[in-house]
Design a protein around this ligand. Structure first.
Ligand code: FE2
Ligand code: FE2
Length: 178
């Protein structure tokens, strides 16, 4: 059973403020990629879609003279840490299952190496999926953060993904009953 839908998350003012900051179109596209990868790898696609959607919710605005300054960003960024915490708080506030909120927050924390010390790490399948889904949507010159789509199209894509997640779980339960 899903306690929180992607549509609930999309409509929340925290999402509108912080996910929009780093690109709503990018977030939605990463959510779709993460869902597809999760279905193929038999990882929970609801968690993958949510982590994909919220993976960049921790971005700060690295502006100098009105332009995004990537040197400042590289020097000082902690967006995976901030994002993990922010997404966790949002999900729990919306009524998400606490274990799901933790797994999603961890996948956000490990989606990029900017918050990690150097070394070898063992990532969970969900964490690998969110990282890969993000890589799949990246564009040269970080254009993926600036891509825009119409608000109605955003909502339609989010609702479509909710339907896919629900269809996945209903087909799984039919399989187990049959
Ligand atoms: Fe990121
Ligand atoms: Fe990203």
């Amino acid at each position: 059973m899903r306690y929180v839908t992607l549509t609930d998350i999309y409509h929340h003012s925290i999402t509108q403020k912080y996910v929009r900051r780093s690109g709503m179109a990018h977030a939605i596209s990463v959510a779709h990629h993460a869902f597809d990868l999760a279905v193929k790898q038999e990882v929970n696609p609801d968690w993958a879609a949510k982590a994909g959607f919220l993976h960049d919710i921790g971005h700060y605005e690295w502006y100098s003279d009105g332009e995004w300054d990537y040197n400042l960003y590289r020097e000082y960024d902690i967006h995976p840490i901030k994002g993990a915490e922010r997404a966790h708080k949002l999900l729990v506030r919306l009524g998400e299952d606490k274990y799901a909120a933790k797994e999603i927050a961890h996948a956000i924390l490990f989606h990029t190496d900017s918050a990690l010390p150097q070394g070898e790490f063992q990532f969970s399948p969900l964490q690998k999926i969110v990282h890969l889904a993000d890589e799949m949507d990246k564009q040269p010159g970080n254009l993926h953060h600036y891509r825009n789509i119409d608000n109605r199209e955003e909502l339609a894509l989010i609702q479509q993904l909710d339907q896919k997640v629900e269809h996945y779980f209903s087909s799984i339960s039919t399989k187990h009953q049959g």
